[in-house]
Design a protein around this ligand. Sequence first.
Ligand code: AMP
Length: 363
Amino acid sequence: MIQRLSAGSTIGIVGGGQLGRMLAMAAARLGYRTIVLEPATPCPAAQLCNQHIVAAYDDAAALAELARQCDVITYEFENVPVEAVSQLSGKCPVLPPPLSLKVAQDRLEEKKFLNKAGIETAKYAAIGSDSDLAAALVKFGGNGVLKTRRLGYDGKGQRVFRGAKSADTEGAVSALGDVPLILEILVPFTLEISVIAARGSDGAIAAYDPAENVHRDGILRTSAVPAAISGAVAKKAASMAEKLLNALNYTGVLGLELFVMEDGRLLANEFAPRVHNSGHWTEAACAVSQFEQHIRAIAGLPLGCPARHSDCVMKNLIGDEICAVPQLLGEANTFVHVYGKDDIRPGRKMGHVTHLTEKRSDN
Ligand code: AMP
């Protein structure tokens, strides 16, 4: 159990994107100071934190300075170098624990860890060569998704095979950069959901209702709550998140992405050891957002109630969709969040909007 941080304490955040920005806002509301370590300048979080250390995520001197000035350090993305962060934990608590970074950074380790924790995933095989791939595809009936084990996100570094023959696999490994790969069986899911859940430093757990997620071009477009699932499936999703939080001896918020099968079975796709885009709706539809929940957890404060007061749909504002903000601001029951990024670029997450409606079900 970590010591409760008193008001005025300082929280370090590695990463200065929109997630860091929203964490800094939540920390400020609870009376904490924040220091963000981020090489890019300007960055969304720098506008809201107390101090911006401009340095690479693995800059040992900058990390040591962060540890010297902070009472706890957290991170807003999962590709923070594990070694650099682990070294800090002797000087300043790092939460969530670096083990969760280590597991989430490698899709093969992640699948093994999930299965060991009793959480079902798609079948998978480690792939190092085109012949490994051909053999695994035979086992999977020719249908699979080939992914880089590390550093893939938003569908990048992936290739889908449907009804593949062995000739189709030639050159596939080098086309993805000759890096270690994983083949997952192509899952015929009916929908994708995610659970955002928190574990407090006392082991208490709070899970938000599952969101139903729609991706386009590998990027999350919308998260709707409630998801079109039964109460039993929603409970199962929450219990999978709980198993994972306990297995990682976690403190903080994580996002667990799940495939829902036609028969209601759930398969874990992946988890993010941080606040998650599919949880942005919580700032509009719950008294305590995922950002505040994360700060509460790492500050040793009691977790907030994750109940939602409204149904909602969160939509990412991508590229020039951000130009619709003046119009969105005129709509009733609409919560707009702009990330303060200067350049509008295609595919860049610029903000999000959550539309609230009356709550109709308890899922
Ligand atoms: P990921 O980068 O693993 O989150 O994958 C991006 C998206 O690709 C997911 O949200 C799914 O829509 C799809 N996808 C990933 N893995 C699989 C799979 N094994 N079977 C079917 N679709 C998948």
